[in-house]
Each structure stands twice: as structure tokens, then as C-alpha cells.
Design a protein around this ligand. Sequence first.
Ligand code: COI
Length: 353
Amino acid sequence: MLDIKITKTTAPKAKPQGPLGFGKIFTDHMFVMNYTEGKGWHDARIVSFENISLSPACVVFHYGQEMFEGMKAYKGADGKTYLFRPERNAARANESNRRLCIPEIPEEDFVEAVRAVVRVDEDWIPTEPGTSLYIRPFVIATDAFLGVAPSKTYLFMVILSPSGAYYSSGLSPVGIWIEDDYVRAVKGGIGYTKTGGNYAASLAAQVKAHDAGYSQVLWLDGVERRYIEEVGAMNIFFKIDGKVLTPALNGSILPGVTRNSVLQLLKSWGIPAEERRISVDELLEAQKTGKLEEVFGTGTAAVISPVGKLRYKDDVMTIGDGGIGAVSQRLYDTITGIQTGALKDPFGWRVEI
Ligand code: COI
């Protein structure tokens, strides 16, 4: 059990009015905890959300030793506050930590930190449909040392951002660029972790995709540039000839919490779903024969994001009629319904704060 010292801000900010966007506004408080080698995690506290002071020599600035997570809190129509499967984020945080030589955080402490700071800023949770309080837990390496070695000190922080849809288009279908030059990750690397380096590696292709009018990049495997991996901020699913497919977790793909929830929901609905290797040629062939029925991304920030258009080299594939597919819509309605308490939660995913 964490002993969290809470110091409330003396200057609470005005709550946002109007459209929120994603990740632009921050609440009044944040959770902070230090790690020191030999002492472990210590000084758990909730303080005002404010700038922090760090040496310019910190390991995180030079070698990117950091881990982050993404979660959300929801205000139900019953007035209660809910988290969605927080224990999976806690477990995944430690999978990332182990790969990045960051000390593990006891999973119950990770969840307690999130619960505590959300409780303090509960009145920041937006209630408009499609909005939530986005939660960003992260760890940074803070040793002031330019040698390449794991840091001996760290900061674990949790910040909160009242947010709307991740894409400015909302639930409208997005266009995705299948990248055939740059790659994001390879097996044995850090592709399965949530760490800044994976996202830094994605930026050049994302700029290229944006310039061509696409919202996100779909990555192919780093060796043959042939097999589908994931999208910049989401996992990816394809409905081909009645069956839903998603790339199997192979060490270079992020094990998404929404991805896992979608697979469980599809199974419970009797819709066949497979995790396996999917080649870009298989997609092109399915498109040509009219069997590529739906494409959607899944993620905490993106929830379910229908894909209306895919581009690969000179081929531009319009998916279905370019609108929101029936399975994508049903998944979106069910997942957000469970998250906000509007629907029953047969899987026990919702956690009341
Ligand atoms: C999330 O979905 O929570 C993520 O962390 C993706 C991020 C790139 C916005």
C-alpha cells in the first residue's frame, strides 16, 4: 500500500469550455514518486501540475530511457468514476520496464497511484459523449550522466488530460498510409514496449503520410517489409470474407489492451477472429476480389477507429463504402458502453474508483 502525501494546489485552473481535442489540456494535479538505487520507490506524492526541474544531462534526454502508458477514466451516468482494465496497463508497464532496464513498479502501487490522482482531479473528467480523462503514467531516467548505462534514479509520474477523440475527425473513417520504406521495429528490439523511441522512429513516415493526406502510418515488418504490424497509435484489424484478422503478437507489436478486449468481444459474439501473420499482398488480393469488408484500428486513445482508405505504393484501396463498418460500430458502442457504465460488464473490465 502506497503512502501518498497529497498537497492540493492553491491556484486551481478554470475547467475547459468547448471542444477538448486530445492531450492538450492538463488538470490541477499530478502524481510523482522517486526511485533511488538501494532505496527503491519512495516519496509518493500528489502535487500541483507544474514544470519540473531536471539536469540537462539526464539520461532520458540523451538515450531515451523512459516508459509510458495510456489509460482513461470515465464518469458514468450513475455519477461514478471508472477505469478500464488498469491491471493490464500496470503489467504492461513492467514488461516495458524490464526491457528498458527501468526498475519495476509493484502493480498494485501503479494502480493505486492512478486511482489516487484521478480521485483528486475527479471533477475534471469530461462527460460529453466521446470524451474521457486521458491518463498518462510514465517513468523517466534522471541520472545526470552522459555514459550509456541504466540510470540509478528515476521519476514515476501520472498526468491527466481531459480529452475528446484522438483523431480530429472523431469516429469518421481515417486514411492510412502503408509505409514501404521506413520501418518501426524489429523482433528482438523494443517494438512491444511503450517507450518514446518507438514513436520518435515513427515521425518521419508520419510526416510523409500527412503530407500525402493520410492520418497515420501502417507499419510493415522490419525485415521483409511485407507483413502487417501496427499503426502509429493503434493496433489494426481487418475483416476479410466474414473473418476478423489481426497480426499476432510477435515481439515487435504493442500488446494493446483494446486489442485484447476486441478479440474477447468478437469471440463472445461468435464472430471468427484470428491472430496471425497477414501480408500486404493478402490485403491487396482481398480488396481486388471484394472481400476486404472492414478495417479498423484499436487503442486506448483511438478506441475503435474505422479506416476508410488504405494506400500502398500506387494502390489506393477504399474500404467498403468508405464509411463506418457494422462490426467497427458495434465494437465502439460496446467498448465505450462498458467503459462508461452504460452497458453491463460481463468480463469484469470496469473498475470503480
Ligand atoms: C494510447 O492509445 O493510449 C497511446 O498511448 C497511443 C499514443 C500514441 C496516443
